[in-house]
Each structure stands twice: as C-alpha cells, then as structure tokens.
Design a protein around this ligand. Sequence first.
Ligand SMILES: Nc1nc2c(ncn2[C@@H]2O[C@H](COP(=O)(O)OP(=O)(O)OP(=O)(O)O)[C@@H](O)[C@H]2O)c(=O)[nH]1
Length: 320
Amino acid sequence: MSDSLSPMSAMFGSVPEGYRSGFACFVGRPNAGKSTLTNALVGTKIAITSSRPQTTRHSVRGIVHREDAQLVLVDTPGLHKPRTLLGQRLNDVVRTTWAEVDVIGFCLPADQKIGPGDRYIAKELAEIKRTPKIAVVTKTDLVEPKILAERLLDVQRLGSELGLEWAEIVPVSAVGDQQVGLLADLLVPLLPEGPPLYPQGDLTDEPEQTMIAELIREAALEGVRDELPHSIAVVVEEMQQREDRPADRPLLDIHANVYIERPSQKGIVIGPKGSRLKDVGTKARKQIEALLGTPVFLDLHVKVAKDWQRDPKQLRRLGF
Ligand SMILES: Nc1nc2c(ncn2[C@@H]2O[C@H](COP(=O)(O)OP(=O)(O)OP(=O)(O)O)[C@@H](O)[C@H]2O)c(=O)[nH]1
C-alpha cells in the first residue's frame, strides 16, 4: 500500500489499492525481437529496431501505463561473447540491468532452434536466483503451430536442464500483435506494489538527445550496413531554439556528429557530392520532428574517431 503522505502520492494523487509498479527487461540473443516487443508493449516507436544484430546500445526504457500498474521496460543490448572492449562494456550493461529489475523476460525466436547463444544467456540467467524470469517465445507469426509447440517444449526442457524455473512460458508475436497484452498481464503481477514511478503519459525517460542520436544513427546505417556494420556512432553536440523566430514558427537547431572509424569510410557515409548524407539528414530530421513535435534544422558532420570501438577514451567520449 502506498503511504498517503509520501511525496510520490502527493505528485500523482491517490493510487488505487493493489497498484503495482516496477521494472522489467527483455534479454536474448541479438535479433531475438526484444526492441520490437518493447515497442509493441509501449505502443510507440522508442527503441531502435533493425534486421541487423546488436543495434541496441543504450538501455532504452519504455513505460507501459495501465489502470492497475506501471511497467517500466528496460531494453538492453544482446549479450554475446565479447570480442572488443565495446563488447565487454555492452555485456556489463546487460548484467547490471538484470540485477536491478523486478522481472526478466528471456526472448527466444520461434523460428530458430535453441542454440549456443541462447544457452550462454540461459546459464547466466540461472545464476540470478532472486529475479523471476518469463520465457517469451517471439515471432510466432513466422512458424507453424507444430514448430511452435516443439519450441515451447524445448524452452521448458532448457529450464529444467539448467535449474532455471520459468515463472511463465508465453508465445508472442509483436509484429502480428498476438498475445502482447497477455504478456503484460503476466508481467504485472510480478512487480511489487507501489505508486507510479513516472508521471502519466511519459513513454520513456531516455534523454531526448540520446533518442535523437539513435534516430540519426539508424538513418545513417540504412543501406550501408554491409559495408559499415557497427562502425557508426552519433553524438548530438548541441540543441538550441533558433532565436528571432515568431512564436508560431519555432525552429530547433540540432548539431550532431556522425563518427566513423576510418577515413576510408567517410566517402561511403557522405556519398557522391554529399547526396547520401543529405538523404540521411532529411530522413532523420523527419523522425526527430515527429518525436519532438517541432520543426527542426539538422546539421550533420562526419568525423573520424579512429578505431573507436577498441579505444577506452573514445568510447567514453561517445557515451559508452
Ligand atoms: N515476423 C516477425 N518479425 C519480428 C518480430 N519481432 C521482431 N521481428 C523482426 O526481427 C528483427 C530483430 O528485431 P529486434 O526487435 O531489433 O531484435 P532485438 O532482439 O532487439 O535485437 P538487438 O538489438 O540486436 O539485440 C527485426 O527485423 C524485426 O522486424 C515478430 O513478432 N514477427
């Protein structure tokens, strides 16, 4: 029960009896569908999804508001065998997140057999005894019922093998909008009772600049993923309302740097006579305008940060 004198209650008004609030995160191998599921639950595009693994670098939170609960979703990068310093940092982020949440959703894609990547994560999960875990079999729209049934049994077996007790095993399709609501219903009872953690209506507490940087990075990666798989990082250097604008025609100036690892990659990102970068700018600007609800002037610069994925100093500067 919430204390009627607590500052939270003062901020949010009275909280219905039995109201729950807390944190959940989805884990799973790269491309398992974690970001897509987060977005489907929240109902708005927040995390950045793509068909390439390891797109998610930040702990992006989505907030699900319900009459009976507030569920805060923390999206983590995929856990994987680290090969670079960036890889190690990403894994640290994942483990820290696991220790802090109230419930973990382990995502396994229905269209793929359980593999070494899933086992690696499941073993790590088995070490975390206190946090309840729900196994989420994702992308069910991609398989026949027979395959799905097999997969569900495999997941149960994986749990027994590792001494990992699933609170639930639930099949969902985020794209086909199947059982997404049920998943929320199953997650909520695993949260502690308590007042809302965020004001109603907030969908994320991710700093605006990080979301903007992610939108630019997504646009910059489009079409060049094969050439520059993980070599692009984006930092928003400055955001400022343009002065001397009439009140009904505001303009937000955003200056951002697109970092690549080697000078040879510059041409790829910029394109002939700057045409590619211009397209990237236009595309990202439209998305940012939709996100912020205000007209934007987006100024992009491409810079080389030599081998940034392996250099601790560069990683810090780029926000990792
Ligand atoms: N058909 C189908 N495709 C899906 C579904 N969920 C996700 N996908 C696709 O699977 C790919 C990976 O999805 P993401 O949500 O980016 O996966 P992720 O686990 O967040 O990936 P990382 O950020 O690399 O860890 C994308 O191409 C999605 O469109 C689903 O329910 N059905």
